[in-house]
Design a protein around this ligand. Structure first.
Ligand SMILES: O=C(O)c1cc(C(=O)O)c2c(n1)C(=O)C(=O)c1cc(C(=O)O)[nH]c1-2
Length: 241
């Protein structure tokens, strides 16, 4: 719980509010013990497979989450921008090439680490804590005002670094993973940057009083908790030493 604000607390200006949002990166799952272990090369092939299979559930929830946000957006201009996020993950056209989408790229990652398409898509390896966390994110997007749901996507401010870390460390630590399986991480770097530009604009425009800005920080914390508890559940299920 956040301490109550004095009623006279002044709103932060845009630059300070953005700084406060970005400071939440200190709680990003990039600092989670499992992520440090994974990018430090200490995971076994089974642990990597377990992470990929569980994270797949997050991947398939993202476009459902984004569709829920669109359903709550009254404004055509915002819907036009937001719909790209669904296409980024679901893809369009045939299932080949860059238009195949993120879910297909994650399926490719699964194959590169030794998980068949059927094994991944069956969701048999997804543990309850991961389901709960991802479902909480989708449900939040369904129920919250759309600007709050947009704000919750802002953990993407911190995602390019985690993708870059994987691209920099996995080929050395895990040479057994076929290199083209890492394309998902490469593809997300420019897309996350574009997403954040729009998400930040909505957030800075909407949360303009100090209590509202505090609410935005709390929403971002909720989303950080979603990602953190996914890794808690994954660590518990996947690591056996
Ligand atoms: O690999 C990661 O650590 C990570 C984290 C996040 C995030 O911060 O929510 C996203 C992604 N990846 C990602 O690939 C992605 O497409 C994405 C969309 C969103 C969102 O909230 O809309 N987050 C993330």
């Amino acid at each position: 719980m956040t301490a109550a604000l004095p009623p006279q607390a002044l709103a932060w200006d845009r630059a300070e509010f953005e700084r406060q949002l970005r400071a939440k990166g200190a709680g990003y799952h990039i600092h989670h013990r499992f992520n440090l272990r994974m990018n430090g090369g200490q995971c076994t092939p089974d642990e990597i497979r377990c992470w990929v299979a569980n994270r797949f559930y997050y991947q398939i929830c993202i476009p459902r989450k984004d569709a829920a946000i669109i359903a709550n957006m009254p404004d055509r201009e915002h819907r036009r921008k937001w719909v790209d996020r669904i296409l980024d993950h679901d893809g369009f056209g045939d299932y080949e090439g860059s238009s195949a989408g993120g879910i297909e790229a994650w399926t490719r990652l699964g194959e590169a680490v030794g998980l068949s398409r059927d094994a991944l898509w069956s969701l048999d390896l997804v543990v309850p804590g991961v389901r709960f966390a991802c479902d909480a994110y989708v449900n939040f997007a369904r129920q919250a005002p759309w600007q709050e749901a947009v704000c919750s996507s802002l953990t993407e401010m911190f995602a390019p670094q985690i993708h870059k870390d994987r691209l920099a460390t996995w080929p050395t630590h895990y040479p057994w993973i076929e290199a083209d399986g890492l394309q998902y991480f490469r593809s997300r770097i420019p897309l996350a940057t574009r997403d954040v530009e729009h998400g930040l604009q909505v957030t800075l425009d909407h949360f303009t009083t100090r209590p509202a800005q505090q609410r935005a920080l709390d929403i971002l914390q909720f989303k950080l908790d979603v990602l953190w508890s996914m890794l808690d559940a994954i660590e518990k299920a996947c690591c056996h030493d």
